[in-house]
Design a protein around this ligand. Structure first.
Ligand code: SIN
Length: 302
């Protein structure tokens, strides 16, 4: 019998596998495929103060070993999430969820986090300062350590739940940004969001994506994500949730060896809706293969 339980800021998860924000909506589509209560938890779709229709289409481009998205934070808005999505989720998911919050100003982050903080169903607030698909928000915050510090501090001042700051890889020094979040009072770090990418259609001679560029994710980015998780986990004294191209139980273990306490799975859910189920089922077998009795023994071991 191996131990797959891990703890994030006092919250014990049955296993470290967490579908990433933007790849699992608010859970109900995946509940048609399997019992989502087997997940560690999941991070819900990035939510803003106002409802957002998202970017013009096409928003998706395929790449070898990955994909590019420019969804543009399409979401029903914080009030609809609280009034409709969370009550619906309660019918199918008996665990707490991670609330992914985005914004265009410090005030918007504060507004949304203050509201979501009151919800019993929320275990962690994931402050997304890293969406590459919106102008003047998201990644615009996450690439400047001063902004990251300011947003984190402001959100911490109005919340009681653990706050994890989700970082962008589109920076020169990821450690500087992670340390700014820690200095602002973050309880943990989530990384990485997507890498800014682009494709051009040879027939039309134009960018495939209407917004020209988008966030590149999938197995191709795994080594970059692993490197950044390793760097950040060794530089801060708060837990790290690792993500970026994770698609197997082996990837989960590698991320944890780099320093992640838990691991999010993103693009893999869009290729195979059973991806997280299969990873969770395989995890004990892969642990046994490598002589790992307890996942907590390997966090940061590399
Ligand atoms: C999007 O909705 O554009 C993706 C969200 C993100 O990358 O944070």
């Amino acid at each position: 019998m191996v131990n797959t339980k891990v703890t994030l800021s006092g919250w014990e998860l049955d296993n470290p596998v967490i579908p990433a924000s933007g790849t699992f909506n608010f859970g109900k589509e995946f509940a048609d495929f399997y019992d989502i209560n087997m997940l560690g938890t999941f991070s819900f779709k990035g939510t803003t103060r106002e409802p957002r229709f998202g970017n013009p289409t096409p928003r998706i481009a395929e790449t070898p070993m990955g994909m590019i998205n420019s969804v543009g934070l399409q979401n029903p808005g914080i009030h609809a999430v609280i009034e409709h999505e969370l009550p619906e989720l309660k019918k199918i998911f008996n665990k707490k969820v991670i609330a992914n919050i985005s914004g265009y100003s410090v005030e918007e982050y504060v507004y949304c986090c203050q509201l979501i903080d009151k919800e019993d169903q929320v275990g962690i607030i994931e402050v997304n300062v890293s969406c590459p698909n919106v102008h003047g928000g998201g990644m615009a915050f996450g690439t400047d350590p001063k902004n990251v510090y300011e947003v984190t501090k402001a959100v911490k001042a109005v919340t009681t739940k653990p706050v994890y700051v989700k970082l962008s890889p589109n920076v020169t020094d990821i450690v500087e940004i992670a340390k700014a979040a820690e200095a602002g009072g973050a309880d943990g770090i989530s990384l990485i969001n997507t890498l800014l990418g682009m494709r051009i259609d040879l027939k039309t001679k134009k960018p495939v994506i209407a917004n020209k560029m988008g966030g590149f994710s999938g197995p191709a980015i795994f080594p970059v994500a692993l490197r950044m998780v390793y760097q950040v986990a060794h530089a801060v004294n708060i837990p790290v949730i690792g993500m970026g191209g994770v698609s197997s139980a082996e990837d989960v273990i590698e991320m944890m060896m780099a320093g992640a306490t838990a691991v999010q799975v993103g693009a893999a859910n869009l290729v195979n809706p059973y991806a997280c189920k299969e990873i969770i089922e395989n995890l004990p077998k892969v642990m046994e293969k490598y002589g790992i009795k307890d996942l907590n023994d390997i966090i940061g071991i590399a």
